[in-house]
Each structure stands twice: as structure tokens, then as C-alpha cells.
Design a protein around this ligand. Sequence first.
Ligand code: HEC
Length: 127
Amino acid sequence: MNKLIIISIFSLSLLSASQLTAEVKLTETLKAGKEIAQNICSGCHGVSGKAESGGNSGAVPNIYAQQRDYLTLKLKDYKSGKLQHPQMTMIAQMISNADIDNVAEWYSRIKVKIFDPEIELSEPGQY
Ligand code: HEC
């Protein structure tokens, strides 16, 4: 009897542990994209896509929540030389087309909440 209880508690905890990991498990694309973001892009765009001061942030665009196809297009244009920028052209040429797809997926999947400045200013303390 005791053994049975122990076994069922054990399998219950196994079940919840695997459910937990399943909830936070990134797809392979997102995992690979995040790795590129961390290793290559983060100094300027941050891992979240919010421009970092390391990249002289005033001149670096925020790229979170941007459309995936737009990010892919820009990166491929930098890679091919159609778009010329001293830093971005070089960086895009360092990474593969698969890296571009993965990192575009990562940044496009970061969600932000949009605040309308009119509402924000008319209701101080609201946000
Ligand atoms: C050394 C700093 C630096 C790094 C590292 C860097 N970027 Fe950039 N990125 C910039 C700057 C500066 C611009 C603006 C270029 C321009 O004005 O044409 C830019 C532009 C872009 C744009 C175009 C945005 C738009 O709306 O036109 C994309 C997309 C982008 N970066 C993605 C990336 C990705 C993905 C990585 C990593 C693989 C990366 N960048 C790494 C500095 C950087």
C-alpha cells in the first residue's frame, strides 16, 4: 500500500515536472535565434530588441516586435550589399541565411504593450 502511494506520488511529480518544462520550452528556431541575439546582436540591439547604449543607442533601432518578414528582408539586404551600413553589412555577412531566419523569428516574437501618449498624458498615474 505504502509502496503504491510512493509510486503514484513519484509519477505525479514526474508528470508536473515534464509539464513545467514543456511550458517554457522554446522551439528549435527560437532557441537558435536567441543564441544569435545573445552572441551577436545584443551589444547594440539587446537580447530583447531594445537598443543598448553599447551600440550608441541613439543610432540603433529597436527591433523587438517587428514583423518577421521585415527583419528577414533587411538582414538579407545588408548581407547581399543592397543595403550598406558599416556595422550591419559586416554583421549580416557573418551569419547564414538560416541564422537570419532564426534571429528574425526571435525578435519578431517579443511582444510589447502599446501606450497611446494622449491617454497616458491625460491620466497621470494610470501607467
Ligand atoms: C555594432 C552594433 C550592431 C550590432 C552588433 C548589430 N546591429 Fe543591427 N543595426 C545597428 C545599427 C547602427 C543599425 C541602423 C543601420 C542604419 O542606419 O542603416 C542597425 C540596423 C538593423 C536592422 C534594420 C532595422 C530597420 O528598421 O531598418 C536590423 C533588422 C538589424 N539591425 C538586426 C540586427 C541583428 C539581427 C543583429 C545580430 C545578428 C544585429 N542587428 C547586430 C547596429 C548593430
